[in-house]
Design a binder for this molecule. Structure first.
Ligand code: COA
Length: 286
């Protein structure tokens, strides 16, 4: 066969339409950070697959908007605002979800915070804030949903990032937090495997229209990032969501302790030119 392959159809970038609408029937998902971005994309994929969904985040209005959208897809949805840094508030959000929807069978620890900062200049509180949201928040979500997951023999999916593995300038706080998440994921896979609980992580690349990418590409522009991705484009949130649905449901039944990269190949290329552009935009004198 000769010639170039046909360009991917647009629908290939919106894969949740290809998922089975009954794949997650009977499942209850609890998603931190589920009011927007990648985590809302995951919620959409779960809704498409028939799961009931509880979303948790800091902003009530954002959760209300996301819940309305997910209900429009036919899903049973509930929410209660909580900051993942506050274990009591998070527990209350989980308890609310269980009372409304039943025991949780899928936890997605997705809430995250990010900004570029020089390691020697950011305050201890700045470093701690990201570790608190990303790593401690993920632990709090896992711990608060454990009793449910034990009953349902459920699964946890941690939303990680390439900074966990790839040294990146101005991201020391994020790298430390995400590397911690990766080890937490593996430790829980081993420790909670006996309860039938699976634990995995998903490493998204740059995703279109998310606050995360607005923050990361803000100083440098999108083109630099798009050129860096071997597939040459950002992901759609649904492309991350589809993989999350596969890992969290019956198709992933024997998958635990694993890390899945859905990044268009970005993790394979160096971060140097992006760091240089960030340095020029944010930290160079004059
Ligand atoms: N550079 C250096 N330090 C920064 C910073 C930046 N760009 N942004 C915040 N900080 C510091 C603050 O100065 C503060 O430290 P201080 O008390 O010593 O001054 C500390 O971080 C906490 O900031 P604050 O704004 O009080 O925290 P918050 O809880 O309101 O917000 C953040 C948390 C900072 C992570 C905020 O960016 C956020 O809410 N992010 C969520 C959304 C997000 O990042 N999404 C993308 C995920 S990939």
């Amino acid at each position: 066969m000769t010639g170039t392959p046909a360009a991917a159809k647009t629908s290939d970038h919106d894969p949740i339409g290809h998922l089975s609408p009954t794949m997650l029937e009977g499942h209850v998902a609890f998603i931190t950070g589920g009011g927007s971005g990648i985590n809302l994309g995951i919620a959409r994929a779960f809704a498409r697959c028939g799961a009931a969904i509880a979303i948790c985040g800091r902003t009530e209005e954002r959760l209300a908007g996301a819940a309305e959208e997910l209900r429009g897809m036919g899903a049973k949805v509930t929410y209660k605002a909580a900051d993942v840094r506050d274990p009591e508030a998070l527990q209350a959000s989980v308890d609310h979800a269980v009372s409304e929807l039943g025991d949780i069978s899928i936890t997605v620890a997705g809430a995250a915070g990010n900004f570029f900062a020089k390691a020697e200049e950011m305050s201890a509180n700045a470093f701690r804030t990201v570790v608190d949201i990303d790593l401690m928040g993920a632990y709090h979500a896992a711990r608060a949903t454990f009793p449910s997951l034990q009953k349902t023999r459920g699964s946890i999916l941690f939303i990680s990032a390439s900074q966990a593995f790839k040294a990146t300038k101005y991201q020391a706080h994020v790298g430390a937090a995400k590397a911690g998440i990766e080890m937490l994921m593996k430790d829980l896979a081993v420790e909670w495997g006996g309860h039938g609980i699976r634990s995995n992580s998903l490493v998204p690349g740059p995703v279109e229209g998310t606050e995360g990418m607005a923050r990361l590409a803000g100083p440098t522009g999108d083109d630099l990032w798009k050129r860096a991705v071997p597939l040459g484009r950002y992901a759609q949130t649904e492309e991350i969501g589809a993989m999350a649905a596969v890992l969290s449901g019956p198709l992933g039944a024997y998958v635990t302790g694993s890390q899945y990269t859905v990044d268009g190949g970005l993790g394979l290329v160096g971060s140097g030119h992006i760091s240089d552009a960030v340095e020029k935009a944010l930290f160079s004198e004059g």
